[in-house]
Write a protein that binds this ligand. Structure first.
Ligand SMILES: C[S@@+](CC[C@H](N)C(=O)[O-])C[C@H]1O[C@@H](n2cnc3c(N)ncnc32)[C@H](O)[C@@H]1O
Length: 233
């Protein structure tokens, strides 16, 4: 715990700016009424995932699910897996809960907090089968590149949380972020690249199209996908 506190203090650069954002009445209601069913409060205590979901299953964690459309699509299509979504933007979380209720989803829990801290402090090591990072904020200005969530220490952290044989799935529509990811992967020892795809929206690696992907494609961007497998050593 001491080490975790210390790491928390060192990491002052955040990958997001907390936007207050306008919340619709329906989103507010969903957060209030559906939180007891789907919400998990951030805390410094490790979660017992079997207890949380009331069963043993493989677990998929998504970082920055936005408005939750693609997260709900995956949870609905894969009832045999449990999904944990993490997002800092409350209106997006409210939207996600509305969709969860509409689709009668039972294999989903969400946490509204910085995913880095959730992974560090709330998730045990070696418990996740898969982590999804779809279209992370690109922070296009050079002076902001240090805010990009994908950094060497992020890869080390997610590798610890994955089970042996677990995978990290990443997608971006930002060419300079794709170069940054390739560079970091080239000197990383935690993962090997099982698949890499550069495409125009037609060749995503085992994931639905997301809201930000659609937006990027509309602007004429290309898409980069990686499926990384955790190294066994
Ligand atoms: C560009 S959006 C992509 C949303 C969604 N994945 C999609 O593809 O449509 C990035 C999202 O990541 C969230 N985010 C950024 N840093 C985060 C962090 N450290 N923890 C949790 N969410 C984060 C932002 O609030 C934002 O909603």
């Amino acid at each position: 715990m001491l080490l975790a506190n210390c790491m928390q203090e060192i990491r002052t650069i955040r990958s997001f700016v907390k936007r207050t954002g306008r919340m619709t009445g329906a989103q507010k209601r969903a957060l209030k009424e559906l939180w007891p069913q789907y919400g998990v409060e951030f805390s410094h205590a490790h979660l017992d995932l079997d207890q949380l979901f009331g069963r043993r299953a493989q677990r998929v964690l998504e970082i920055g699910f936005g408005n939750g459309e693609s997260l709900i699509e995956q949870a609905a299509a894969n009832p045999q897996f449990d999904f944990i979504g993490i997002e800092v933007h409350e209106p997006g979380a409210g939207h996600c809960l509305m969709l969860a209720k509409q689709s009668n989803i039972t294999n989903l829990r969400i946490i509204i907090h910085d995913a880095f801290e959730v992974l560090q402090l709330q998730i045990h090591d070696n418990v996740l089968s898969r982590i999804n990072l779809y279209f992370p904020d690109p922070w296009p200005k050079k002076r902001h590149h240090k805010r990009r969530i994908l950094q060497p220490e992020f890869l080390a952290l997610v590798a610890r949380k994955l089970t042996p044989g677990g995978s990290l799935h990443i997608a971006t529509d930002w060419e300079n972020y794709a170069l940054h990811i390739d560079e970091i992967l080239a000197s990383d020892g935690h993962f090997c690249i099982a698949e890499r795809s550069e495409h125009a929206g037609e060749n995503a690696l085992d994931r639905p199209m997301t809201k930000f992907e659609k937006r990027g494609l509309g602007k004429g961007h290309r898409i980069w996908d990686w499926r990384l497998e955790k190294n066994s050593h």
